[in-house]
Design a protein around this ligand. Structure first.
Ligand code: NPG
Length: 374
């Protein structure tokens, strides 16, 4: 396959409601989409970087810059171009390995090339990655609210829609009481977990142990991403299983965290770890160590949502992921929307991602487009 050009398109999609986490409030999702234009087919990639470096050091403008300045030129000529022609998507991470970081940009480019390849070969992403389930259970991530009654209302709505697992965002001052309220209102059978997005330190260990009485599935990324050893120490104080998100940026960091006993569960986000192919490696590693994994979400459009559903259909994804219906975040999605069916999301079966942007909707949300010829 010959990669002829890559289109970089920015879109801005309003959220159905504000989404507050411990690092800020989002009202709109600004997304970079890549379209790989090859001699055989076109493929789509979605970059999950946020507009500001609050979740990770990456931010949208930095990803556009690094793609144009460093990554795309690798595949314009010489050994990089030849490797891509011979090995397709598998060449992307390998050829970009010497560039530090910017995994979300690497992941988006790999996803676009992989999608093009699979569309050309008429194979689905789920088959390519090793998926075995036609549908995946759908969890929903619930932001921080002004008051507990508001939170209970929203959670009740999601449960009525059929979501099979609730994840509450927490931060100091919004943790034990909201969790208690949800448990008392909706009962012990609700699969419930919390996500701190790095908002605590080891000094909060005793406080976090107060969550143990609520039978949570896990507590996600309580402390800073670099504090892997701290998470191992925390695991000795709290009984709730610890799940890492931000700390795990590669199979190598996953191996270290597992060895140290810093987590019992891993949230796999393909963008954070440099792509779907690395995500599969982390899945395999975790499975071999007997750790559960689940697929995280970054408020993706239908494109990223399709790819996440494909990944989550692998056998080691034994916990429900943050793969909610499109309508959880967007009134209108750029692809045909993902909908909940009995608390589950259908894994696309068509070639590649199995979904394609609807041209008129895509145009409406597009804020800029540029094409880099290779
Ligand atoms: O369902 O897509 C979703 C959102 C899940 O809460 C979610 N994601 O920290 O995991 C997270 C959080 C997030 C969203 C982080 C967007 C960064 C950006």
């Amino acid at each position: 396959m010959k990669l002829r050009a890559v289109e970089l398109r920015r879109i801005a999609m309003p959220l159905v409601g504000p989404f507050r986490t411990s690092f800020g409030t989002q009202y709109e999702r600004d997304i970079l989409l890549l379209k790989a234009i090859t001699d055989e087919a076109e493929g789509w990639g979605e970059c999950v970087a946020l507009i500001d470096p609050m979740y990770s050091p990456e931010y949208l403008a930095s990803e556009i810059d690094v793609l144009k300045r460093f990554f795309l030129p690798v595949f314009a000529e010489g050994a990089g171009k030849a490797a891509l022609e011979q090995f397709g998507a598998y060449a992307v991470a390998d050829r970009l390995h010497h560039f530090k970081g910017h995994r979300m940009a690497k992941a988006a480019l790999e996803m676009a090339v992989l999608d093009a390849e699979l569309r050309a070969g008429r194979r689905s992403l789920a088959r390519e990655l090793g998926g075995v389930h036609a549908t995946v259970p759908s969890g929903v991530s619930v932001g921080i609210f002004e008051s507990i009654p508001q939170l209970l209302d929203v959670v009740g709505g999601y449960l009525a829609e059929g979501y099979v697992r609730i994840k509450l965002k927490i931060e100091p001052g919004w943790d034990v009481e909201p969790v208690r309220a949800v448990r008392e209102t909706y009962g012990d059978d609700v699969l419930l977990q919390v996500d701190a997005n790095t908002a605590y330190t080891l000094r909060d260990a005793r406080h976090l142990a107060r969550l143990d009485e609520f039978g949570l599935l896990l507590i996600e990324q309580p402390m800073e991403e670099d504090d892997v050893v701290g998470h191992a120490d925390l695991a000795k104080v709290v009984q709730t299983p610890i799940c890492l998100d931000e700390s795990i940026v590669s199979a190598q960091t996953a191996a270290a965290a597992i060895r140290l006993g810093a987590c019992q569960i891993i949230n796999i986000k393909p963008g954070r770890v440099g792509g779907y192919l690395e995500a599969v490696r982390i899945h395999d590693l975790a499975e071999a160590h007997g750790l559960a994994v689940w697929c995280g979400g970054m408020i993706e459009s239908g494109l990223g949502r399709a790819a996440n559903a494909a990944l989550a259909s692998l056998p080691g994804f034994t916990l429900p992921g943050d793969i909610s219906a499109s309508g959880r975040f967007y009134k209108v999605d750029i692809t045909e929307p993902f909908v909940l069916e009995d608390g589950r999301i259908r894994v696309p079966t068509g070639p590649g991602l199995g979904v394609t942007p609807i041209p008129e909707v895509l145009d409406e949300v597009t804020t800029s487009v540029e094409t880099v010829e290779l």
